[in-house]
Design a protein around this ligand. Structure first.
Ligand SMILES: C[S@@+](CC[C@H](N)C(=O)[O-])C[C@H]1O[C@@H](n2cnc3c(N)ncnc32)[C@H](O)[C@@H]1O
Length: 247
């Protein structure tokens, strides 16, 4: 199984999710529209399970799948803390993971979810009624990397519209009627101080010791205050794809 998250990265992620009210923003209204109380939902690439735990009150059961055992350990702890009993964690690699048919298939911020026809066939096999997923969309605003790396004399490679339309066309070729919306999601990272911000940015942008001095110089221009909290502004630009099957 592959490791996706760095050890202890859940603390920052869960803090950001709570502070930015994720996944209510930006997915709450879509999930309430799609999910029914009796549904079994497969959440593929569930990570620490923030959306899975949110969905647990909107459906009968969530199967939360991820390749990273650490992510599922954190999710199991969160389930227990909150007394949630209808979320089942399953360690596996998409699309090979063994999965029974479900009513709805969900995948947020797992960009390779619908990247091949094999993946789409698996989506059709398991998602009987509906689906909702994000796919990296056209980046219109500068990303964190684009704001910081040029100032450090490094190149920021723009990953514009990685596969939003491609995923949509694969799903449509397989016979699904897909709706696509471009969404801008503010998932800013709260931090306690500049040191914590520098550590977070260095880890995410893989910056070595040689860039630390310059990074600290530019940080005051990068960091902002939101509701009395210091944050690293992070804006995600994605396509949100949804479909319902007529059966
Ligand atoms: C950016 S996180 C998103 C987590 C979660 N969906 C959320 O919105 O908070 C992407 C997750 O997808 C998982 N992932 C990526 N590729 C995967 C694959 N092929 N099979 C299973 N999990 C995968 C990673 O381990 C990671 O936990």
């Amino acid at each position: 199984m592959k490791k996706f998250w760095k050890e202890n990265s859940h603390e920052a992620y869960l803090w950001a999710a709570e502070f930015m009210n994720y996944p209510e923003i930006p997915f709450g209204s879509y999930l309430r529209e799609i999910l029914r109380k009796t549904d079994v939902v497969a959440d593929v690439g569930c990570g620490f399970g923030v959306p899975a735990l949110f969905m647990s009150s909107l459906c009968s059961r969530v199967i939360a799948i991820d390749q990273d055992p650490y992510a599922l350990r954190v999710l199991d702890q969160e389930k227990e803390k909150r007394g949630i009993t209808n979320v089942e964690t399953r360690l596996g690699q998409w699309p090979e993971v063994e999965l029974e048919p479900c009513d709805v298939v969900v995948s947020f911020y797992h960009n390779r979810f619908a990247e091949t026809t094999d993946n789409v066939q698996k989506i059709l096999k398991i998602g009987k009624r509906a689906g909702i997923m994000t796919s990296q969309g056209p980046a219109c605003m500068p990303t964190l990397a684009e704001k910081i790396l040029p100032e450090l004399g490094l190149e920021a490679i723009r990953e514009s519209c990685q596969n939003g339309c491609y995923a949509k066309s694969l799903l449509e070729t397989a016979g699904l009627k897909v709706e696509c919306r471009q969404i801008t999601h503010d998932f800013s990272q709260p931090v306690r101080n500049q040191e914590e911000a520098a550590a977070y940015i260095s880890s995410h942008l893989k910056l070595g010791e040689e860039h630390q001095e310059k990074l600290f110089q530019i940080l005051p221009r990068i960091l902002i205050w939101k509701e009395d909290q210091l944050v690293i502004p992070i804006i995600r630009e994605n396509c949100l794809l949804t479909w319902e099957r007529s059966c």
